[in-house]
Design a protein around this ligand. Structure first.
Ligand code: ADP
Length: 492
């Protein structure tokens, strides 16, 4: 019976772990996707920032060029960069004269004089500089254009990527990203291995933006992006985590239900086992008595007849008690209204002493410190509860002479009755459950004593229906005590 139950539990736990693993995997995937998207975004923003910074420099070069030419009326000047954004190597300055015709002059950082013919074309054929033309006639053009080219080169050399401007632009662009750490900006040699893992959690793609420094690139470096990535994935991670918790919750409920079912199945088996045992003994005794009367002329022996009848009565009472317990267990006792009345407390206690005080090999003691002579209660319900507690104190006791002590005292709300024994006690982990219907402590030793697991359940039901409470105090090896508190004001 145990094997398949364990397999079911294992299967449920396995399914739980599998689902958990899957959900954790999905959450982490979602996080990684967002982290990658963030990196792509940061690269794009960096590229835009590099472009913008470059345009600022180009504009400044254009202004400077106009200033050098010294004739803004004649010439309209603008500039384009040539090459991909990553590899822009040239700026082309366009000139337009007053007739609307266009031309361009191109400079390359380290080979500007190689492009002399273009400069020549720009300045001679478009006749933008009157002075240059007259100088041409005098044969001194080379000097001016060469001088101009060198001035341009000097100017552009002083105009390499400005990291401060770039930082400002880039900071503005990534401002809207929550949780982003500070970034570092630096130049790296064009052919170097990227800084990447050695220095940083993440580096942007390196962009070559220095027009006059072709062997260098610029890049941004972040220490760690996990916070920003987490912020981006927050809804997915939150949603995933909630569903994770729900899954765990549902599985726990399932597991609990499963265990309850397993426990109920075990209790059912025990119940059937116990019931048949409990019924068989009195039935067998009654059969034997009947046989005695029928076959062995017991009736002729008066003293024997008395003894047999007494035994038969005991067994019938036992059967009646069993039937009563089973039936009461099937009903909900809370629904029944107790029939309370004032009873003589001393008489009630005397009856208990009569029932238990003369048992062989049992010490039963009553200490009464409750002063009022009457109490208001349902005597049958109270007696039934006390019988169960005293019976338990005796039957679960492993001492040679079991001792059960009943102490009655007065407290704020009414009467307090404490039943203590010197038995083995109830293990702490079982204490919360012993009041459950059909629950029995699963200690091999204790289960030599037969029962239905109904006694304490009935005690609790009875006392609560009287408006009272039951408390259990027990430590293994130093006995058990149950304290019943019954209010007197409400019922009085
Ligand atoms: P039952 O009707 O089978 O005796 P109860 O509901 O009265 O069941 O008790 C439940 C369990 O609590 C029992 O299985 C027993 O192990 C434990 N128990 C109850 N009273 C005592 C006691 N006085 N000392 C030790 N164990 C007890």
């Amino acid at each position: 019976m145990k094997w398949p139950q364990n397999i079911t539990t294992l299967a449920v736990v396995g399914a739980l772990l599998g689902t958990l693993a899957l959900q954790v995997y999905l959450i982490s995937q979602e996080y990684h996707t967002r982290a990658i998207r963030l990196k792509v975004d940061l690269n794009e923003r960096f590229l835009e920032a590099v472009q913008e910074e470059k345009e600022i420099r180009v504009d400044s070069a254009v202004n400077w060029f106009e200033f050098i030419l010294g004739n803004e009326d004649l010439v309209e000047l603008w500039a384009d960069t040539i090459g991909s954004p990553y590899e822009a190597t040239r700026i082309v300055y366009h000139l337009r004269d007053s007739t609307g015709e266009r031309s361009s002059v191109s400079f390359v950082s380290d080979t500007i004089t190689d492009h002399f013919p273009e400069i020549d074309q720009a300045y001679i054929r478009r006749r933008l500089l009157i002075q240059a033309r007259s100088d041409t006639e005098e044969g001194t053009l080379f000097y001016y254009t060469d001088l101009l080219a060198h001035l341009m080169q000097e100017h552009l050399s002083s105009m390499m990527t400005n990291l401060d401007t770039l930082r400002k632009i880039y900071t503005d662009r990534v401002n809207s990203y929550r949780g982003l750490p500070e970034f570092g900006l630096n130049f790296i040699p064009l052919d170097s291995i990227p800084l990447s893992q050695a220095h940083a959690g993440f580096v942007t793609l390196a962009h070559r933006s220095e027009l006059l420094r072709p062997k260098w690139k610029v890049q941004a470096t972040y220490n760690s992006l996990w916070k920003a990535a987490f912020w981006r994935a927050r809804y997915a991670v939150l949603g995933g985590s909630i569903s994770l918790l729900l899954t765990v919750g549902v599985f726990l409920v399932m597991l609990r239900t499963l265990r309850t079912q397993q426990r109920l199945a075990r209790m059912k088996d025990e119940f059937i086992d116990n019931t048949s045992h409990e019924l068989q003994t009195p039935i067998a005794t009654l059969m034997a008595i009947h046989e005695g009367f029928e076959k062995y002329a017991v009736l002729e022996d008066r003293e024997k007849t008395q003894r047999y009848l007494k035994t038969a009565k005991g067994q019938v009472q036992r059967l009646a008690r069993l039937a009563d317990q089973v039936l009461r267990g099937a009903q909900n006792l809370q629904a029944t209204t107790p029939h309370t009345k004032a009873i003589q407390w001393n008489d009630f206690l005397a009856e208990l002493e009569l029932a238990y005080g003369h048992m062989e090999k049992v010490r039963f003691m009553v200490r009464n410190q409750y002063s009022p002579s009457t109490i208001i209660t349902d005597p049958q319900l109270l007696r039934q509860a006390l019988d169960n507690l005293i019976d338990n104190g005796i039957k679960y006791n492993d001492k040679e002479v079991p001792e059960v002590q009943m102490t009655c005292s007065e407290n704020k709300s009414g009467v307090q009755i404490k039943i203590s024994d010197n038995g083995p006690g109830i293990p702490e982990e079982e204490q919360a459950r012993v009041f459950e219907k059909f629950y029995r402590v699963s200690e091999a030793g204790t289960h030599n004593v037969k029962g239905f697991g109904m006694g304490l359940y009935l005690v609790k039901q009875a006392i609560e229906s009287l408006g009272g409470q039951v408390a259990l105090h027990s430590t293994t090896d130093s006995g058990t005590s149950f304290t019943l508190t019954l209010p007197q004001n409400e019922h009085a």
